[in-house]
Design a binder for this molecule. Structure first.
Ligand code: ATP
Ligand code: MG
Length: 371
């Protein structure tokens, strides 16, 4: 049997847990680099427990692995630069740099000719009145970096409110976005391998509440053939422009136009994504397996759907095993429950929408779900 590479993952949360589990059948073992001693992925990978600025520990991590990936895009740049000088890191530096910053992301998408929310960088010289005039109201103020699950964001209804919010976020680089009147939200999940082959999952329809993803459904019930074709072209172009290796997620709004539903890019995630968790049970090759394949030099595989899949996040609480209906898969992240914290997820897969709905309905009122 050929020797398979050892994969290093920066971060040890639930995404690293699912990456490490997907690597095992490929004969690939994983090391995680993660400061939290109780991180979810410690159960299925060798744990390098140290901070991201501990260059002795980073050296030991680089020595122990053959190739490195990451489960979150906010990895400190100095840490990635140090590792990239020692071992291959995928996805590469260009994608990481752009996807870490909401402003660069939107500029990149715009340069390729894709629609985004109206946006403007809030430099000190720019008055709140001019910023509001540029993007309209309501608007959303966001930190350019480090946001997730709606953190570092505030909806803005007036110039005065923006002035107050800017004072609150002093010391952060900020962007102001116009509100996009979307009819629904989707994500495009696609992968490119080192041979340049690109695969894509069907559009996933996402439902958020309080800025946190609650439910994902694949294929997106509201999607159309035209939208899928646009998603295909868009993801292929963006993956190629980045010379990307691994899974890339593009979060989009769908807006109604006189020409039919249209995709508006919200943000990129240069990694496996919460809206693709359903692919473990719902497709022949999960997003996690395809990411591991791509970054370790294997060919990506076209995912074949196993029916309709619905993923429900477990947020702040999780049900007892005995309460989970038969036929529903549960994934636990071994985290201490806190309000707003993702502690696990449920996946329902069924041949048709109607069978799926019955099982999803049976999950209503389980602790942690919002159906
Ligand atoms: P996540 O970690 O879940 O991806 P995030 O913190 O990176 O979230 P965004 O994806 O920018 O933040 O925003 C979270 C949600 O807030 C979006 O999915 C959408 O529902 C809503 N939202 C964000 N920006 C806009 C906008 N410009 N117009 C309308 N809704 C928006
Ligand atoms: Mg988002």
């Amino acid at each position: 049997m050929p020797t398979q590479p050892i994969l290093g993952i920066l971060g040890g949360g639930q995404l690293a847990q699912m990456l490490a589990l997907a690597a095992i059948p490929l004969g690939i073992s994983c090391h995680i680099y993660e400061p939290d001693p109780h991180a979810p992925a410690r159960l299925c990978a060798v744990h390098h427990c140290a901070t991201y600025d501990d260059f002795t520990a980073l050296q030991a991590f680089a020595d122990a692995v053959d190739v490195i990936t990451y489960e979150f895009e906010n990895v400190p740049v100095a840490c990635v630069a140090f590792l990239a000088a020692r071992k291959p890191v995928a996805p590469g530096a260009m994608a990481l740099r752009i996807c870490q910053d909401r402003l660069l992301e939107k500029e990149f998408a715009t340069q390729l000719g894709y629609a985004t929310a109206p946006f403007i960088a809030l430099s000190d010289a720019l008055s709140s009145a001019d910023a509001v005039a540029a993007v309209g109201l309501p608007a959303i103020l966001k930190t350019r970096r480090m946001g997730y699950d709606g953190k570092g964001q505030q909806t803005i209804h007036s110039t005065a409110e923006l002035d107050a919010a800017r004072a609150h976020y002093i010391g952060h680089e900020l962007i102001l976005e116009g509100y996009v009147p979307f009819t629904y939200e989707v994500s495009i999940i696609a992968a490119r391998d080192q041979f340049g082959t690109i695969i894509r999952y069907p559009l996933v329809q996402n439902m958020h509440r309080d800025g946190i993803l609650r439910r994902s459904t694949a294929p997106a019930p509201c999607s159309t053939a035209a939208l899928e074709a646009n998603a295909h072209l868009m993801s292929s172009r963006i993956l190629s422009a980045f010379a990307y290796v691994g899974i890339l997620t593009i979060e989009c709004f769908v807006i109604d136009t006189p020409h039919g539903p249209t995709l508006v890019i919200n943000e990129f995630a240069p990694r496996v994504h919460n809206s693709g968790h359903w692919s473990i049970e719902g497709s022949s090759t999960s997003q996690f397996e395809n990411h591991v394949r791509a970054v370790t030099g294997l060919a990506v595989r076209e995912p074949i759907m196993r029916g309709v899949a619905v993923m429900l996040n477990l947020i702040g609480n999780e049900p007892e095993d005995s309460a989970v209906p038969a036929g529903v898969a549960i994934h636990r992240y071994h985290k201490t429950p806190r309000p707003g914290r993702k502690v696990g997820h449920l996946t329902v897969v069924a041949p048709h929408n109607s069978d799926c709905s019955v099982l999803v309905e049976a999950c209503t009122n389980l602790p942690g779900t919002y159906v």
